[in-house]
Structure formats: structure tokens, C-alpha cells
Design a protein. Structure first.
Length: 386
């Protein structure tokens, strides 16, 4: 079989395995039997269903979370001369769209116990040029969204949520998209709701939703499906847009997953508690805390290995056949960003987390034996690297 070397390896605990199966195959098959492979009825149905699932007025699907963040900034007309505050402890895509629109990213530090953006640091970083905050729900634990909403309102800023890790999370009774102006989701291959690549924007303002729909498809007044129905009418180009639409094939794959998200979250919650117990028993390892009032999405399970031993632990676990990942090294320490960011604040907590972090396998298909094996290999790694 030609698989690019990505068939699961016997005996290895993979870092991630998706849970797509017969329902998703059948849904894609239905699309292949129709005329419209690209944006059409499946996409519109998924947008309605996902909006209902999140409890938000509208969802605009796009090709990635990166595009969702980019279009959110464009939707607010953010550009040269504007500043956008975001976190140093995230994936690079939380900050790169700020460069793409010509604005200035301002990185602030995170809470030492969660790794999430620190609202006090956000408030301290606001200047007359600040236009937006991009808040990342790291690992699936929502940021202090109530405080950030309050800060955004008092300073007249857009609050953009990077919810790439957090379809399922809740904090203080709010889900992603319910307090943010836009909330950006990722359906990338390793996410808990996936179609390989894809994204969505939850949006509360109908005018902004309209604009985002234009921006995702060349600024065209009609897409292919609209043009097909009824008699031909000319389309117009009414904005300078991008090509960032989702296809019917992708949307069909996503729809059957919505009803399974909470059950799978609970399974990952159980696995996380198993890891918590193991980490406590091993000793000498820290882990992020989940604050009161949070229902964590449990996208990633991360441990923090102190004393400069992280990379040695990574190597040991890899050699023992346990897949791991680093989410993330602090982004201002990566070459291009180091050269292009103008740092205004020290970022010690993000740097500490970036130097210590390891993500363990976390998905509902993990077997009991695999969970035990991850715990055992982690314990031995800590002893061996002392
Ligand atoms: C926090 C965060 N933001 C943004 C993204 C970008 O998502 P996408 O790959 O869908 O563009 C990711 C992807 O892993 C992410 O983890």
C-alpha cells in the first residue's frame, strides 16, 4: 500500500489517530453522487448545525483556522498602523495573519499555571493603536473570556478567539464564539473535529458575517451553487477577497462528527485524569491547571518537564515507541518571528513553558494498555534522564 509511511506502526503508541469511520465515508460518498463538490448545500447545512451546536447566531466556514484569523482581521479592516495583542505561547498561526494584513503583533505573557494569555498583561499592552486581541484557548482550556470581553469593551477592541483547540470547551457558562466577536476553529487533521484541512468562524454580527462570506471567496457576489440555481444572473466582484472556502466534501465529513464530540471529550477527560494520577505518582513533573468554572475541551494533554530535561525525555519516549509532540516552543524564539517581532514585554512564563512542554497521546481510540504504556514510559523517562 502506498501510504507515505503513515500506516500506524505495530507496537507504537501513535501521538494521534483520527476517529473517522463509516458515517463519514457514507456522507462523502453522497456528495460524490451529486454535481457540487465545492461550496454548496452540505456547507450551508454544516454552518447551521455547527452554529446551533455552539449556541452562536452564525458560522462562516473557511479553508483553515489560519484563514479564519486572517479574514477576521480583514473583516474588521485591521491593517498597517494597527496593533493586535496576542500570546507568545501558541502555534505560529495565531500571529502570522497579523503580519499578513500589515498590522503589528504585540506579544504578551501568559498565566504561569495555565499557559493562557494573561488578561492583566493584555490590558497593560493596550495603546491608542490597539485594534484587537487574539486570545488562544491553549490545549482546550478556555482563556478568562469574561475578563477579556470586559477589557475589549472598555477599550473598544475586537475580541478574536483562536479556538483551534477548543470546539468543546466552556468557561463560566460561555462557549467559544459566545463572547468573542469572532471565534476561529480548525478542522486540521489532528483536531477533535476534522476533515483533514478546514476551518470556521463563529460570528455574532450579521453584517460582519456577510462580509466574511464575501472575503472567503474572491469578494464575489455569488458562488458556484448560487449561480447554478435558477436562471443565469451575472455575478459581481464587490470586495477584494481571498480563496478560502470549504467544500461540500469536507462539510459532509464534518457533519456526522458533531453528535459524537461530547462523548469523545468525556473519554479524553477520563484519559487525562489517568495521566494526572500518573504524573502525581511520578513526581518532579508539573502540568497546567484547569481553573474553576472550566469544562476543558481536552485537545492536548501536556506535561512540563523542568531542569532542561525536556528534550532528553522526548528522545527517550520516542525510542520507546510513544508518540509525543511539543505544543509549543514560545513563538518569539522561532527564527523568522525573532527577526520580525518588536518585543515590548518580557515573556518569562511563555519561555519557561516552551522549554518544558511535552504533549502525550490523547484521543478516544487509545486503549487501556496504551494508556498504561504511556504512563510507564514517562515514568521511566523521568528516572533515566535524572
Ligand atoms: C492554536 C492554533 N491556532 C491556529 C492553528 C491553525 O490552524 P489551521 O491549520 O487550521 O490553519 C492551529 C493549528 O494547529 C493552532 O493549534
Amino acid at each position: 500500500m502506498i501510504d507515505g509511511g503513515i500506516t500506524p506502526q505495530a507496537g507504537k503508541v501513535e501521538f494521534y489517530r483520527h476517529s473517522l469511520g463509516e458515517a463519514e465515508k457514507a456522507a462523502m460518498g453522497r456528495v460524490l453522487d451529486t454535481l457540487f463538490l465545492t461550496t454548496g448545500d452540505e456547507v450551508y447545512a454544516f454552518e447551521r448545525e455547527f452554529a446551533e451546536h455552539l449556541g452562536v447566531p452564525d458560522v462562516v466556514t473557511v479553508s483553515s483556522c489560519t484563514a479564519a484569523l486572517h479574514l477576521s482581521l480583514l473583516g474588521y479592516g485591521i491593517g498597517p498602523g494597527d496593533e493586535v495583542i496576542t500570546t507568545a505561547m501558541t502555534f505560529i498561526a495565531s500571529a502570522t495573519p497579523v503580519f499578513h494584513v500589515g498590522a503589528t503583533p504585540v506579544l504578551v505573557d501568559v498565566e504561569p499555571n495555565t499557559g493562557n494569555i494573561d488578561p492583566a498583561a493584555v490590558e497593560a499592552a493596550i495603546t491608542p493603536a490597539t485594534k484587537a486581541i487574539i486570545a488562544v484557548h491553549l490545549y482546550g482550556t478556555m482563556v478568562d473570556i469574561v475578563s477579556l470581553r470586559d477589557i475589549a469593551d472598555r477599550h473598544g477592541l475586537a475580541l478574536i478567539e483562536d479556538a483551534a483547540h477548543c470546539v468543546e470547551g466552556v468557561r463560566d457558562g460561555y462557549r467559544p464564539g459566545q463572547l468573542g466577536d469572532t471565534s476561529c476553529f480548525s478542522f486540521y487533521a489532528t483536531k477533535t473535529l476534522t476533515c483533514g484541512e478546514g476551518g470556521a468562524i463563529a460570528v455574532r454580527d450579521p453584517e460582519l458575517a456577510e462580509r466574511l462570506r464575501l472575503l472567503r471567496l474572491h469578494g464575489m457576489s455569488k458562488n458556484a451553487a448560487d449561480r447554478y440555481h435558477g436562471k443565469y444572473e451575472h455575478w459581481d466582484m464587490v470586495a477584494l477577497g481571498w480563496k478560502a472556502n470549504l467544500t461540500n466534501i469536507q462539510a459532509a465529513m464534518l457533519r456526522p462528527q458533531l453528535g459524537k464530540l461530547e462523548g469523545r471529550r468525556q473519554r479524553r477527560d477520563d484519559i487525562s485524569h489517568r495521566y494526572d494520577d500518573a504524573v502525581a505518582a511520578i513526581g518532579g513533573i508539573e502540568r497546567p491547571t484547569v481553573p474553576d468554572g472550566v469544562v476543558p475541551a481536552r485537545h492536548l494533554y501536556t506535561v512540563w518537564i523542568p531542569d532542561g530535561r525536556r528534550d532528553a525525555v522526548l528522545r527517550f519516549m520516542g525510542a520507546e515507541g510513544v508518540g509525543t509532540a511539543v505544543n509549543y516552543r514560545a513563538i518569539h524564539q522561532l527564527t523568522w518571528l525573532r527577526e520580525h517581532l518588536d518585543l515590548r514585554f518580557p515573556l518569562p512564563h511563555a519561555e519557561r513553558i516552551g522549554a518544558e512542554t511535552i504533549s502525550l497521546p490523547l484521543y478516544d481510540k487509545l486503549t487501556e494498555a496504551e494508556i498504561d504504556r504511556v504512563c510507564d514510559v514517562l515514568a521511566r523517562a523521568i528516572v533515566e534522564t535524572r
